[in-house]
Design a protein around this ligand. Structure first.
Ligand code: BES
Ligand code: MN
Ligand code: ZN
Length: 511
């Protein structure tokens, strides 16, 4: 657990192991930092002059300092060009700095928070985003200091982790005005960590029942309601598509329903649906062995849904929000569905299963049908649905598809601010035709040669979407990071939580 604190104190008098200063590119420190520099005999100016440090985005320089400065070290981190600073660049710089501080074995670190008027060009850009400087610094540093070590023996290295982050302000009023921003940053980072933990857990721990148990625990501690439908109840509801997928597994499926009642009773909710395949072997259409281990992350959509609902509850967003997570394993066995089998979904539509590895759309079909019960204001589903989205967009963006351009644009704009990029793909009538079956209503993969795998998957989902605005986010390329990024250590990214929280807050504000 990392503690955060706010302190109103002179830079020189502040005692900490590492004081982090944000610098704009090629600007020799002015104002408060210039004053500090004078007292430190020009050690801040020097690296700018000899170009050892120029303030380029995510560039860092660690300096030893001595009296009269109370801090042990100064860490300069660059934000890049002043007029081009964005919320996400600040988040990255905070993440990079926090991570370097931890690697340098500092446990107590502090960030200098500039006053609202001290860094004009910085603030004109950042203010537009509505996320305050302090929130983003807390968010970026906590996200970057995330570790998943449930399965590691405790080592001597453990104590060498950052355990205290202080935000240093210049005035009393600033110190009190950032209090809620800091707490928001903390709550967001906690929600992302909840999702990352679930995604990182291997499938022998994170079964559908484990997801259900975790959701129930969070509901209890945060004041949400949670109901989990069992196989019997799913049978009663005729969720033949979801049950078809789970048939091959010894693990019972779960249909998790989380509700955050932040709005008026009669307000239609926003419904978030997340794919919860706790392991995807491909089923009888078995996947090749290489990298199959990564398919423990095929419940990412579900994990993001749980994280988002937790954040909505923790932040008390004044809106009704529902999370639906169809959870199942996708296994080959004597009881598994086989290519050519036909399932009857909850909607009544029949589905010819031509490839058992296209299982995500099968479980989502019944969840989207269930979503209509709420007469929702909008439905957003998240799923690690297709490898094709990685071909299209790589790991830099998730695809957004749906039946409502306004909703898609709105989500895309939220992602720009939170650093979770979305990019739109169309669903045209030809794509919808491509998932029509000769002998059933639909088939779960398009005819060979159609291509556009991410789009035809979206077209399949569309057949189960009622008369409400709907978007589908294909997060197969963004949910897991193969490399360390500024505030996303290698592994589960938690992509989607902060974007959705921002969207929900915007909805709560604008109705
Ligand atoms: N879970 C996979 C998609 C996936 C791929 C997620 C890579 C994360 C990384 C999904 O269930 C799947 O297997 N999709 C198939 C669909 C195909 C059979 C039409 C795919 O993308 O190959
Ligand atoms: Mn699959
Ligand atoms: Zn899958």
């Amino acid at each position: 657990m990392i503690k955060t604190a706010i302190k109103n104190q002179q830079l020189l008098a502040h005692k900490t192991e590492c004081l982090i200063l944000f610098c704009v590119e090629e600007k020799i420190p002015t104002g408060r930092l210039a004053e500090l520099d004078t007292k430190l005999n020009g050690i801040l100016k020097l690296p700018f002059i000899n170009k050892r440090f120029e303030g380029k985005l995510n560039q860092t320089l660690l300096l030893n300092v001595t009296k009269p400065m109370q801090a042990d070290h100064l860490l300069l981190v660059g934000l890049g060009e002043g007029i081009a600073v964005t919320t996400d660049k600040l988040r990255q710089a905070a993440g990079i700095a926090a991570q370097l501080a931890e690697k340098s074995k500092f446990r107590i670190i502090s960030f200098d928070i500039p006053a609202n008027n001290s860094s004009k060009d910085l603030y004109t850009r950042l203010d537009k985003s509505n996320d305050s400087f302090s929130q983003v610094v807390v968010e970026g540093s906590l996200l970057s200091l995330y570790h998943f070590d449930d399965y590691k023996q405790p080592t001597k290295e453990r104590p060498n982790r950052v355990n205290q982050i202080t935000l240093l302000t210049q005035t009393k009023s600033q110190a009190s005005s950032i209090r809620s921003a800091v707490s928001r940053g903390q709550k967001l980072a906690t929600a992302v960590a909840t999702s990352r933990d679930l995604i990182s857990q291997p499938s022998n721990t994170a079964t559908p029942s484990y997801l259900a148990k975790t959701a129930k625990g969070l509901a209890k501690s945060l004041g949400m309601s949670c109901k989990v439908l069992t196989t019997r109840e799913m049978k009663k509801l005729r969720m033949g598509s979801l049950l078809g997928v789970s048939k091959g597994s010894e693990e019972p499926p779960a249909f998790i329903i989380l509700e955050h009642h932040g709005g008026n009773k009669s307000d239609p909710p926003i419904v978030i649906v997340g794919k919860g395949i706790t392991f995807d072997t491909g089923g009888i259409s078995l996947k090749p062995p290489a990298n199959m281990d990564e398919m423990k992350m095929d419940m990412s959509g579900g994990a993001i849904t749980i994280g988002t609902l937790s954040a909505a509850a923790a932040l008390k967003i004044p809106l009704n929000v529902v999370g639906l997570i169809p959870a199942s394993e996708n296994m080959p066995s004597g009881t598994a569905i086989k290519p050519g089998d036909i399932l009857r979904s909850m909607s009544g539509k029949t589905i010819e299963v031509l490839n058992t590895d296209a299982e995500g759309r099968l479980i989502l079909a019944d969840a989207l049908t269930y979503a209509a019960k709420y007469k929702p204001k909008a439905v957003i589903d998240l799923a690690t649905l297709t490898g094709a989205v990685i071909v299209a967009l790589g790991h830099q963006a998730a695809a957004v598809l749906g039946n409502n351009d306004e909703l898609a644009t709105c989500l895309q704009q939220c992602g720009e601010v939170t650093g979770e990029r979305l990019w739109p793909l169309p669903i045209w009538p030809e794509h919808e035709k491509a998932v029509k079956s000769d002998i059933a209503d639909l088939k779960n993969i398009a005819s060979p040669g159609v291509g556009a795998g991410t789009i035809t998957a979206g077209a399949f989902l569309k057949a189960f979407v009622g008369n409400f605005p709907w978007c589908h986010l294909d997060i197969a390329g963004t949910s897991w990071s193969g490399e360390d990024k500024p505030y996303t250590p290698k592994g589960a990214s938690g992509f989607g939580v902060r974007l959705l929280v921002r969207f929900l807050e915007q909805e709560a504000k604008n109705g």
